[in-house]
Design a protein. Structure first.
Length: 244
């Protein structure tokens, strides 16, 4: 069956990862086409959701993920077999070289695909009824909180979501999750945020994990983090926006 989901590739200043944005819709044909791609255990999992919106989001996201992976591998989406590592992060049983990660918020979901190594993505939707500084007290470092306090209005909001999605994406790329590992935002990123500069792809200190902002629809924020092999002696970095 043809996948009818609204899916488009998202602009991102890195070539190691393909980023795809999924529109979560109420269209019944979209739901049915994605349902047909799911395994029996995934269909059973979908029936256990108490809220219809959560069920629809899971079916469309997982079905579209299968369709995208199948197209990338030239295989039937419904024939792909998922397994889970010790941290419950899914991977393809027969194609471990192709890594993927999924995040969803509001009316969208985001997929990250990489053949280079691990990948993590996070998408968040803007909420106007939250106190960014209060939330930051429980999750952000002192330096990160100071950046937020120095900003006002939309600049504070943008910095908050940039740091939040950064932490989530990096933790997911490492494969642990932010509840167990809370990565610090590099000083170079904090300096950009405090000055209102556009963020670029940054390396995580003492790591081969990089993170970069992703172009999102209005009202949404997104970050991708990914494994990038360390350069060997004599190799040259590529001029595509990376910063150490």
């Amino acid at each position: 069956m043809t996948n009818r989901t609204s899916l488009h590739r998202v602009a991102c200043a890195v070539h190691e990862v393909d980023i795809w944005l999924i529109a979560i819709t109420d269209d019944e044909q979209v739901f049915r086409s994605n349902w047909s791609f799911l395994s029996l255990d995934e269909q059973e999992r979908a029936t256990r959701f108490l809220k219809e919106a959560d069920r629809r989001r899971f079916v469309i996201t997982r079905g579209t993920l299968r369709a995208r992976l199948g197209q990338t591998l030239s295989e039937h989406a419904e024939c792909l077999t998922f397994a889970y590592d010790q941290n419950r992060k899914p991977f393809l049983m027969d194609h471990t070289e192709l890594r993927f990660n999924v995040s969803h918020a509001g009316d969208f979901a985001m997929i990250g695909l990489s053949r280079v190594g691990s990948v993590g993505v996070d998408i968040e939707v803007y909420h106007d009824n939250i106190d960014e500084c209060e939330i930051a007290r429980t999750v952000f470092t002192d330096a990160e909180q100071e950046v937020l306090k120095s900003l006002d209005g939309i600049h504070r909001t943008s910095a908050f979501y940039a740091m939040w999605t950064y932490k989530e994406a990096v933790a997911k790329a490492i494969g642990i999750g932010i509840a167990r590992f809370n990565p610090c935002v590099p000083e170079s990123v904090l300096a950009d945020l405090s000055c209102g500069r556009e963020l670029r792809c940054k390396a995580i200190v003492n790591s081969d994990i990089y993170a970069a902002p992703v172009v999102m629809p209005c009202g949404y924020f997104g970050t991708v983090a990914f494994h990038r092999p360390l350069l060997q002696a004599g190799e040259k970095d590529e001029p595509n926006g990376y910063e150490p």
